[in-house]
Design a protein around this ligand. Structure first.
Ligand code: G6P
Length: 611
């Protein structure tokens, strides 16, 4: 949801910023802009991708060692050049980049209009920069003070960086609700929405907390809160490899990340699981482990793909631990006055760890005394920091907007947590525990095998690329996989797709079935197998075209389905880790054949930091 990058130091700022914006483009890509200070605050911005901005500035002199840049996902005002960031104040003295939403911007704007200010864009950000300017003028104060006063008056979320024409030795940044990382180099500083634009230059970073203002002035970083109380910057060393954020020979990040899954699942288990030693340790869950195991009720909050991982987790926990679980869309949970009791357990599952609704849901639960476990992929993210305990998924950076390897890592870690709890609780015995550990350890190899289906899936994709609708059906553990398969397809190919529990088909979707309707069944050999075979018959009887994901060696479904894709067998609860792979590949190939931008699908963003 918008990416921000800023630089101050001895190098040329513009190339660093443009490169950084490209790395952050997954956060938003409807327009981009840059501002550098060379005499004046020069601003260049352009609707479209960062590459459009790059072409726009290629003949400009952007010589400067200080600058700010932005890639946008529109909230206020349509994507166009004018609404793109950076925004300048009326006097031309300040320029700003902003990620987030200023909710009371209309009131502030009216006050500024009354004072004679005018606005070129429809954005809340242009209001904020003029608000800061007006405070500085009226109070005759420093820029830092004006920023502080302004931020104490605004309602909403922000990560901002402000640059002033009068001071080429200063950048001021602040955050509340939107992420912001400060990179600390030798005599140079970087600001960015995440660490990916920074790691090329330094691995020393400071994650700003909410309500903190960071000021870099004359080569020094200082941090205060909104009351101007000085804070000591906590510099952390991050372990992020540059190769992890590059395509490494693949055409797209999405396909790279699909293929990375054997490794990312292994990374997720590393140091936690050893079947030979009958060992399963989740290092991040210690102090509250007993409370978790003995809980009467567990609530899982998430959005999007992470919500689907939450649904599978519900099945794990209920089946293994016999504890009731509710899986909530965080955006609904937070607004419906949910019943949360002191000591309730709340899990937040989030790849980015920044999803605004999930963050707000756990804040709400925390305020009512719940114990929060965060399941995030991005180390140091807001949700991981707001949680009491938790576990990282360690899938490595996921850059393709459609989530793939994060999903399988989320399943892996939730499986391990549920298994550990159940073993401690005594709801599963030694031999089941050991068997599950062994089977989980074998999953990366089986995922590898499922990836070898790529060519077959590409051929099936070619047959269905022009379909306008798709149905995805599954039962039990494969029901959330059906939802995930449908989501993948609609996200990146713009084909309408619905996921349903296969048995629910009779209560509506069956009316849609005719010879033009492809129906993807996730029909591996499990406890619901016979039932799903009947559901396939029902679709065939109405001339629907069936693509079935089946267990290797299945002959029964092969006889009735139009296409079968055979995946390796595993234990029923672990099947989602394998059965989702062909669905990710199917969506990918269909989207490519339709000429879609799979890494940056229209209107979507990887990290949704607005409500
Ligand atoms: C966005 C992304 C999805 C993701 C969802 C939740 O919609 O495009 O891929 O599943 O947000 O994100 P999170 O980072 O909380 O898992």
């Amino acid at each position: 949801m918008c990416g921000i990058v800023a630089y101050i130091g001895k190098q040329q700022a513009a190339p660093i910023i443009i490169k950084g914006l490209k790395r952050l483009e997954y956060r938003g890509y409807d327009s981009a802009g840059i501002s550098v200070l060379n005499g004046n605050l020069n601003v260049y911005k352009k609707m479209g991708k960062v590459s459009e901005l790059e072409s726009l500035v290629k003949d400009q002199s952007l010589k400067s060692c200080i600058g700010i840049g932005h890639t946008r996902w529109a909230t206020h005002g349509e994507p166009n050049d004018e609404n793109a960031h950076p925004h300048k104040s009326n006097s031309g003295n300040l320029s700003i980049i902003h990620n987030g939403i200023i909710e009371n911007y209309a009131t502030i704007k009216q006050e500024l209009v009354n004072k004679g200010y005018s606005f070129k864009s429809e954005t809340d950000t242009e209001v904020l920069v003029n608000f800061i300017e007006n405070i500085q003028k009226e109070r005759d104060c420093s820029l830092a003070r004006a920023v502080r006063i302004a931020l104490n008056s605004v309602v909403g979320a922000y990560a901002i960086v402000v640059m002033s024409k009068d001071n080429d030795n200063q950048l001021i940044a602040a955050r509340k609700g939107s992420p912001l990382v400060v990179g600390v180099g030798k005599g140079e500083f970087f600001f960015a929405s995440d660490a990916t634009p920074i790691i090329e230059y330094t691995n020393e970073v400071v994650y700003l907390n909410d309500y903190e203002i960071a000021i870099v002035e004359n080569g020094k970083l200082s941090i205060t809160d909104l009351k101007d109380v000085e804070k000591t910057p906590y510099i952390q060393t991050i372990e992020l490899e540059l190769e992890a954020i590059e395509k490494g020979g693949y055409d797209h990040f999405m396909i790279k990340e699909i293929y990375e899954q054997p490794k990312s699942i292994k990374d997720c288990m590393r140091g936690r699981l050893n079947a030979d030693e009958n060992r399963l340790v989740i290092g991040g869950i210690r102090e509250y482990a007993n409370k978790l195991t003995n809980s009467d009720r567990i609530i899982i909050n998430a959005c999007g793909t992470s919500w689907h991982a939450g649904l599978v987790s519900e099945y794990f926990i209920e089946e293994f631990c016999r504890i009731p679980v509710e899986v909530e869309y965080a955006s609904e949970f937070r607004y419906r006055n949910p019943i949360i009791n002191e000591g309730d357990i709340v899990f937040a599952i989030s790849q980015s760890g920044e999803t605004a609704d999930t963050l707000a849901a756990i804040d709400l639960a925390k305020s009512k005394g719940a114990i929060i476990f965060g399941l995030c992929n991005v180390v140091g993210s807001s949700i991981s920091r707001a949680s009491h305990e938790g576990a990282y998924t360690h899938a490595g950076p996921e850059i393709g907007v459609a989530s793939t390897k994060a999903f399988t890592a989320q399943l892996t870690v939730m499986f391990m947590i549920a298994l550990k709890m159940a073993y401690k609780k005594g709801t599963i015995g030694d031999s089941v525990f050991r068997n599950m550990l062994y089977e989980l350890e074998n999953i990366p190899q089986k995922v590898e095998k499922a990836l070898q289906l790529n060519n077959q899936i590409e051929k099936i994709a070619a047959k269905f690329k022009d379909a306008t609708n798709f149905l995805y059906l599954g039962r039990g553990y494969n029901f959330p996989v059906a939802l995930e398969g449908a989501l993948k397809l609609k996200e990146i190919s713009y084909i309408h797709a619905e996921g349903y529990p296969a048995a629910e088909m009779k209560h509506g979707p069956i009316a849609l079935i005719d010879e033009d309707m492809p129906v993807v069944f996730i029909a591996t050999k499990d406890s619901g197998y016979e039932k799903i075979v009947s559901n396939i018959q029902e679709v065939k009887a109405r001339k629907g075209q069936v693509i079935a994901i089946v267990t290797e060696g299945d002959t029964q479904i092969k006889d009735i389905a139009d296409y079968t894709i055979e995946v390796p067998d595993t234990l029923e609860p672990l099947m989602p880790l394998i059965s989702v792979i062909p669905l990710q590949l199917l969506a990918y190939h269909i989207a490519i054949m339709r000429g879609c931008n799979v890494d940056q699908p229209r209107n979507l963003a990887k990290s949704v930091t607005v409500e």
